[in-house]
Structure formats: structure tokens, C-alpha cells
Design a protein around this ligand. Sequence first.
Ligand SMILES: NC(=O)C1=CN([C@@H]2O[C@H](COP(=O)(O)OP(=O)(O)OC[C@H]3O[C@@H](n4cnc5c(N)ncnc54)[C@H](O)[C@@H]3O)[C@@H](O)[C@H]2O)[C@@H](O)CC1
Ligand SMILES: [K+]
Length: 453
Amino acid sequence: MRPVDAPIVTAAEMRAAEAACFAGGASQTALMEAAARAIAREAARFAMGRPITVLAGAGNNGGDAFGAARFLAEQGFDVVVAALGQAGGGAAAMRSRWSGATVALHEAPVRPLVVDGLFGIGLSRAITGAPAAAIERLRAGADFVLAIDIASGLDADSGEARGIVLRADATLALGAVKRGHFQGAGIGASGALLLDTLGLSVDSPVRMLARPRLAAPGAADHKYTRGLVGVVAGTMPGAARLAAGAAARGGAGYVVLAGEDAGVPFDAVVQRAAIDPERAAAVLVGPGLGRGDMACTLCEEWLSSDLTLVLDGDALSLIDADSLRLRTAPTVLTPHAGEFARLFGEPSGDRIAAALDAAQRSGAVVVLKGATTIVASSSGEARVHRPSSWLSTAGTGDVLAGLVAARLAVTKAPFRAACEAVWLHARAAALAGPALVADDLAMHIPIAIAECL
Ligand SMILES: NC(=O)C1=CN([C@@H]2O[C@H](COP(=O)(O)OP(=O)(O)OC[C@H]3O[C@@H](n4cnc5c(N)ncnc54)[C@H](O)[C@@H]3O)[C@@H](O)[C@H]2O)[C@@H](O)CC1
Ligand SMILES: [K+]
């Protein structure tokens, strides 16, 4: 199945869930048989009758591989297992049930489908030497690689490459999806992500971001009850226009743009005026703000207010993380990697953990943007989303910031609002298609919203 809002676990959380399953009376062999059956099912779909090479390491990832080879051979597939090392523990039982062709890893034949059961969440060091050479040769020759649980060579938590990685075209995650599927090299090396829970009950405060449910305005609503968004921008007209436009289309009833007059033409929904603190449900500070004295003063003023804030762009360069804790009203930060590093320090590998730490430290909801976007709350919840890579273009961050402010004005719930905005932004990008520019997003936001009503 394709995971939708599945929990995303660390290797330690996965092992704890597995241990709880065994404590409840399940046997390791039964779990591995279930895993092997699931892998064989997916491999059969991808192989379409063609010969298969199954790679089996010495651990349980290899045990899954031996079992999958058996089920595939029973279905009539031409299967060779290429083994690395002596299977131990539960894997030994699976090895003993395999009676088909077996060669050493360095002799692995290059076949159209390669099933990768070399290393899973137990990878403990870099892959080097002969296994690395075999991986390189097999990747170059195979049409399709299906990874068992996680592509061999990926750190299951950070997604960092440990030496070489056997890049997968598809990954069948077992039990739960792992943080490493969404981070670092794991983003490019996991391929299409599939999940079989094997009936394990796994929970985590870190989950994949699901499509939100949004409500249409009520019959009695008017522009102020729907939420007034203030946008504090500076002299860069493009950023202000994109952010304010996105706030208007993102569901806010009224958008007011404050800041220096940049001579930008605005439509009726966006007014240039002073922001009335009595009426503003959320204020976005930062897009195109600049970093001069005026910007500094504005930033300080809004930070010391008791209004709900979204801080983006230049504002993130003018604040310090710890002072945010002094705020009494909710704050949402929308940093990209560079802004995040300046505020909280360079993340060491696991960006999900870094975003959660940053949220806890600042008391703010942190939206860490990137190839994978992470929304983290100070109470330890996180949602993880992989938007279209076409979003990596100028101005799309301004659109996201405007959307966060709009959803905040509507929902008054910062974590929920940030999640809704990230989903709508990514969906608008998907609808806009390849080679999008930031302006294309605005017109697709209403369509994305319609999908959530
Ligand atoms: N946790 C679970 O709920 C389940 C786990 N299963 C499988 O079990 C896997 C984890 O199994 P293990 O903990 O046995 O670990 P792995 O099978 O991932 O690997 C551990 C083995 O690889 C060796 N090794 C690690 N890094 C190496 C390197 N760079 N070069 C050479 N050898 C290296 C270790 O010494 C050990 O022998 C999962 O990824 C999954 O495929 C499934 O069988 C069923 C359910
Ligand atoms: K693997």
C-alpha cells in the first residue's frame, strides 16, 4: 500500500514495536515470513515474468530476502540469491528454507529486477570494498531495484549515505516507514515508497502529512470573522505581492499590506493600509522586508506584540531563537536550510530531530523547508511532506508564508495551520506542473482548497 498519513519511525522505535510484538507472543519467523510474502508480492509485480536477482545480507534484512526468493521461485520466477556472509539468528532459518541457486555477492548476475536485501535498519557502518563494488555493478546493470525496507547504504534515521547506496526504484518499508526514507540521500535513493505494516502496531508523533479537511466559511461569516491577515513587507514588491496574494487565496477574509510603498498594483482583496492590531488574526512579517534599520525596528515591534505571527525571509535573519520563547502569542517560523542553520545551528543529519529540537527551544511551530518539508511543534509533534522539486524556485517561499498566515487567521491553531499550508502549497505546485513559477501557485490554491472541502 502507499502510505498516506503513516507514522514515521526511527530504527529504535521500529525495534521497540517489534519487541512488543514478540512480547505479545508473535514469533520472529512468522514476522519474517509475512515480510517475505509482502516482498515477493511486490517483486512479482515489478518483475513481470523476467529473471530476478535477490541480494541477501547476513542479518534479518537478508532473512526477508531468502524468504522472498522462496515465494518467488514457488510462483515460477527464475531466481538467484546472491548472499553476503553467513546468515545468523532468525535469518538462518529463512536461509535453510531456500533450496534454489545461491552465489556469493561478488558473483551476483545482473538481471532486470534486483531485490535488495543486503542491509536494512541494522546498517552500522559504511559499505566499502567488495560489497560496494557489487552494488555499483548491479545498479548500473539492473532495470529496476526493489529495496527491502530501506535501500542498502542508507542510515535509517538520517537518510545519510554510509559509503555507497544501492539506489532503489521502489522501496517496500516493513512495519513502518523510516525517517531515513524522507531525509538526506534517502529522498533520492528510496524511489516509490510502499508500506506493509505486517500487522505491527506502531505509533509516533512524527507522521507523513495527510490531506487536511477544511471548512467553507459559515453563512454568517464576513471578511473580519474569516480572519484578517496583516503582511509586513518591505521594498521588494515581488515578495509582498506573492505573500499577500497567497494569503488572500488561502482563505483569509481580508489581507492588509503594510510597509513601504513599493508601487505594486493589488487586487481588491489586498488593501494597503496600517494593520489594526485589534482586528488582525495573524501577521506575516518578513517577505522582502530587507535587513536595514527600519526592518529591524519593525521586527522588534511586531515581536513584542501579543499578536499571532508568521516570521519568514528577512525577519528570520533579524531575530534570535531564544528570545522567541518570551512571546505570549503563537509564532510560526518558515526557514529554509540556511535560515534554520543561522537560527538554530546546522542540523546534524536527522533534520526531523533538528526541527523538533528547534520548535522545543523556541516555543514556535517550525516549518523547515526543503526537498522534504518538516512541520514541528514544541510539544513534539511533526508532519513530514515531500513536495514537488519544481518548488525550488524564487518566490515560492513567499507564497507558503502567505498561506501559513491565511490558515492561521482561519484556524487560530498554529501547528494545524502550518500543516494545512504546507499541504496546499505542495498540492498547488503539483497542479501547476513542471517548470512552475511562483505566480502559477496562486491560481491553483483555490483548486487545492476545493479538494479539501
Ligand atoms: N523490525 C521489524 O519490525 C522487522 C524487521 N525486519 C527486517 O529486519 C531488518 C533489520 O535486521 P537486522 O537488525 O538483522 O539488521 P540488517 O539485516 O539491516 O543488518 C545487520 C547485519 O549487517 C551487518 N552489517 C551492518 N553494516 C554493515 C556494513 N556496512 N558492511 C557489512 N556488514 C554490515 C551486521 O553486522 C549484521 O550482520 C529490517 O530492516 C527488516 O528488513 C523484518 O524481518 C520483519 C520486521
Ligand atoms: K535493503
